[in-house]
Design a binder for this molecule. Structure first.
Ligand code: RIB
Ligand code: NA
Length: 304
């Protein structure tokens, strides 16, 4: 079976505590709920694409005893690289009563996915429609996967998260869509990004580095979409919802975008972004990351 959306990226075990607010340095506070979930930006994006109906595959590295093997293979058609000498990545997440979060990741086995491992997926990758990469694995591995995809004419989405200040310029050149949030755009451009105007300005700056298109997500303000071929930037607003947990909302957006790029390639990018905003808006209304991502059957048919 053809794997239309391939994610080369991270798997993490999410350790989530809900608390009234985020603690200060040196402070202990009482939280009201704890749970363990499946996360990692790569896996989250892959699962969201799969839940919308994409034939998707995840290329990642986890500990050999990890439950990831059974869980993820049941929801997506996966390609797995195991390792026995490193722990599966873990994310300590605190979610406050406003649905905001603070996250520390320890990437563990994710960092051991290397460019050699990519040789095994060369054939599948060259036949895919969309490749998605992030920065929770080694940047060289992400960049190599993106270059391989571009050489085969596979569309690429790059999510520079978590952001690093000095990103290899090659990443921009191999990104058909470069998609980040406001804080990542700030770090990459050195410009403030809190308003739509500022996002459009930062977007122009990123676009000039060579990407086909730039999308900056702005939470409740929706997103801005800039395309090299149009030299215009468009603000795509989103519906107001009551956010319970915004963790992984960006991943839900990117997974949805990958689905639309693979299956509705003629829909304008702004329309894909508008629909992806709606998918992500569903995810923020319940707790958790992957567990809160909607399935096609629960979404309005106008999105398909
Ligand atoms: O984007 C949200 C994700 O970031 C979480 O699932 C966590 O695993 C971290 O990687
Ligand atoms: Na959620």
């Amino acid at each position: 079976k053809a794997l239309d959306v391939i994610v080369v990226g991270s798997c993490m075990t999410d350790l989530v505590s809900q608390a009234p607010r985020l603690p200060k340095a040196g402070e202990t506070i009482h939280g009201h709920k704890f749970f363990i979930g499946f996360g990692g930006k790569g896996a989250n994006q892959c699962v969201q694409a799969a839940r919308l109906g994409a034939e998707s595959a995840m290329v990642c590295k986890v500990n050999h005893k990890s439950q990831w093997l059974t869980i993820v293979t049941s929801s997506i058609s996966s390609t797995f690289y195991q390792t026995s000498n490193a722990a599966t990545g873990a994310a300590s997440i605190i979610v406050n009563d406003a649905g905001e979060n603070a996250i520390v990741i320890v990437a563990g086995a994710n960092m051991l996915l290397n460019t050699e491992d990519l040789k095994d997926i060369q054939a599948s990758l060259s036949r895919a429609k969309v490749l998605v990469c992030q920065l929770e694995i080694s940047p060289q591995t992400s960049l190599k996967a993106m270059c391989m995809a571009q050489e085969s004419g596979v569309k690429t989405i790059f999510n520079p998260a978590p952001a690093i200040e000095f990103l290899d310029e090659e990443f921009y050149k191999v990104s058909d869509v470069f998609c980040c949030n406001e804080s990542e755009a700030e770090l990459l451009t050195g410009c403030p990004v809190s308003t739509v105007d500022e996002a459009e300005h930062a977007g122009q700056n990123l676009l000039a580095r060579g990407c086909g298109a730039v999308i900056i997500t702005l939470g409740p303000q929706g997103c801005v979409v800039l395309q090299a071929k149009e030299s215009t930037s468009k603000h795509i607003p989103t519906e107001a919802v009551k956010a319970v947990d915004t963790t992984g909302a960006g991943d839900s957006f990117i997974g949805a975008l990958a689905f639309y790029m693979a299956y509705y390639p003629t829909v304008p990018l702004e329309e894909m972004a508008r629909r992806a905003n709606r998918v992500a808006a569903v995810s923020v209304q319940t707790m958790g990351t992957q567990i809160s991502f909607p399935f096609k059957k629960h979404l309005p048919s106008a999105l398909f």
